[in-house]
Design a protein around this ligand. Structure first.
Ligand SMILES: C[S@@+](CC[C@H](N)C(=O)[O-])C[C@H]1O[C@@H](n2cnc3c(N)ncnc32)[C@H](O)[C@@H]1O
Length: 269
């Protein structure tokens, strides 16, 4: 059964997989399967190898965005990240980051929503001269930082909405990058975070959101996907907060949306 699912997962096109998993989820929901805790969905997530169960879990639990921050990440974030961390870092994303580090004389890097440090660990190994910082709301990131025991990586357990506290890091960072966290912020909070970045940071930004399937540049407003996740019109929001776009668009596999920009000194508010 497991190898049949793996095989199907490999050969089926993404839209069909998404339709099938949604139908299966709807059927499970209809017959009363309502996981009480996120990690109860992990065996199914593993079997189907799909992010659908994130969506399914949120939908059935109907968390609002405050609950998401105060409950989900703090209580179950570690379980979520344990499975998330098994996915390899997308190559095109890493390439953009490495290209900026190598060509723009970047010395300090700040990752927003660093999770279990898969990016920071890679960068620390490849570029031992970098000063690396990460912030994330899931408390267990600290255990991962301790296990790595790398003096060049420093992490903070905090909500990205409190980023003003880290203005000294923002001021000296040459690159900020982030993978898949802004979708969890509501539009007001996202703009607040972008405003703080504009105030203190001048350098390069690489942002990716793994869950996007639409051409965001055509969207005018944020779209609420579920009780706590959004598709945001990133190019428009980033531009409003002074980021000059270098490039943006779908990833080569069309699974996610990628944005690269620069915050100029003259754009600081
Ligand atoms: C999809 S995971 C991505 C993790 C990491 N960027 C990676 O690629 O491995 C989303 C991450 O965003 C973090 N997160 C969600 N909301 C956050 C918030 N308000 N402040 C800080 N981190 C947040 C979660 O704890 C989680 O680690």
């Amino acid at each position: 059964m497991r190898s049949l699912l793996k095989f199907l997962n490999r050969i089926l096109p993404t839209p069909l997989k998404s339709l099938l998993t949604k139908t299966l989820g709807a059927a499970l929901f209809y017959f009363g399967y309502k996981p009480k805790q996120f990690h109860n969905t992990l065996p199914l997530r593993k079997l189907l190898n799909t992010s659908f169960f994130d969506y399914y879990f949120y939908k059935t639990r109907r968390l609002n965005s405050e609950e998401l921050n105060n409950k989900f990440w703090k209580e179950w974030g570690a379980k979520y990240l344990a499975s998330f961390n098994q996915t390899p870092i997308p190559e095109y994303y890493l390439k953009e980051i490495e290209n900026l580090i190598e060509t723009k004389n970047v010395k300090t890097v700040f990752e927003l929503g660093c999770g279990f440090l898969r990016h920071l660990e890679h960068l620390a190994n490849k570029y031992p001269h970098l000063e690396l910082y990460g912030v994330d709301i899931t408390p267990e990131i600290v255990d991962h930082a301790k296990a790595l025991n790398n003096p060049h990586i420093k992490v903070f357990v905090d909500d990205v909405r409190n980023i003003e506290k880290y203005r000294d890091i923002l001021k000296k960072a040459g690159l900020i990058f982030s993978y898949g966290i802004f979708a969890y912020l509501n539009p007001v909070d996202l703009e607040k975070v972008c405003g703080i970045i504009q105030k203190h940071f001048r350098g390069y930004v690489v942002y990716n959101d793994a869950s996007q399937k639409r051409d965001l540049s055509e969207l005018i407003k944020s779209i609420k996907l579920s009780s706590q996740s959004y598709i945001h019109p990133y190019p428009k929001i980033f531009k409003k907060y002074g980021l000059e776009e270098i490039s943006s668009g779908y990833s080569p596999d069309k699974e996610s949306f990628n944005f690269i920009g620069k915050q100029h000194k003259k754009n600081r508010c």
